[in-house]
Design a protein around this ligand. Sequence first.
Ligand SMILES: Cc1cc2nc3c(=O)[nH]c(=O)nc-3n(C[C@H](O)[C@H](O)[C@H](O)COP(=O)(O)OP(=O)(O)OC[C@H]3O[C@@H](n4cnc5c(N)ncnc54)[C@H](O)[C@@H]3O)c2cc1C
Length: 327
Amino acid sequence: MPASVAVVGGGMSGLAAAGELHRRGLDVVVIDRGQRLGGRLGARTLRGTGLPYDGRIVDLGASYLTADDPGFVELVGRWTADGLAREWTDTFHVAGPAGITGTTSGPLRYAAPGGLRSLADDLALQLPSVVNPRAVESVERSGDGVLVDGDRFDAAVLAMPDAQVLDVLGDDDPLVARLDDVVWEPVLVLVAAFASRRWPDDLEGLFVNGDPVLSFVADDGRRRGDGAPVLVAHSTPAFAADRLDDPSAAAPELIDRLGAVLGVPAPAWHEVKRWSLAKPDGHRTEAYALDGPIAVCGDAWGARPRVQTAWLSGRAAADSVADLLGA
Ligand SMILES: Cc1cc2nc3c(=O)[nH]c(=O)nc-3n(C[C@H](O)[C@H](O)[C@H](O)COP(=O)(O)OP(=O)(O)OC[C@H]3O[C@@H](n4cnc5c(N)ncnc54)[C@H](O)[C@@H]3O)c2cc1C
């Protein structure tokens, strides 16, 4: 019988880890507490907007993918060929607090017509066993294996932000000492739906520099390819940090700054989403941590907190666990 591995967390890192463990012949199960997989590839379906966009998906977490690792480039290429991902743009507008100042070009950004979460669903389709929604409460060492909420596995991969790992690992676990050094920044995300497009025709996305409230704005219709006049605006971490208890109350300030920076009127419909653990500070150099039969991975394990980083971290952790189990 193959050795068994529980992957706790069905975001990009956990799904990447599970795919690699499955490929190495191990008996793998992914457990995630969300109603939907994908973690910070978050999305929501518009409802009750009073506009003709109800039922439309909006990306609320990661804005886009970039890919320069050969393995991830290959995966994004497959998604693109299958119509799950699409080349979005390499050029964004740039603004200061008083408005747009120009454009800047960078790497090609990829988006997903069905929302980035659909890419997580695609990875999950290749897996034998995914359990959600189920929140894991404890992961403990037991003999040469682990107990996940009392169920025995030969190994476990914890694929989530540090604070969520700490919630399930006992305080005395040796891995805890490896998790205490990363600062996680929060972000508030405003979804703003309009009756019609009221911003520059060539605008795909907007980096906002030097503004106390806004950091980035995406045209979700352009990104996803249906042209719907929906903007998604990300706050600065400092603005979010003081407003995590009541994100909806931040809407007027976010809308006001969106108007000032982009010259748009108030949206016909809006909503604010909170990400308390949006972005790790990205200073770790290791791709994952492993101690005995427990590995920890995710986007904090690498230089930049990106979807690609999470994918690479999950794969690297899985390879080590598979080696450990002799697979
Ligand atoms: C607002 C925002 C904008 C971003 N923009 C970009 C961008 O433009 N480009 C880019 O590349 N990246 C971006 N990112 C970062 C990107 O989303 C992440 O790097 C990546 O999705 C992290 O994946 P992960 O698997 O490490 O963690 P997560 O996606 O956080 O996955 C962790 C999973 O663990 C699950 N979980 C937690 N605790 C438990 C438990 N006890 N039991 C069971 N399951 C549990 C959660 O439900 C979740 O699904 C952005 C992130 C945010 C929040």
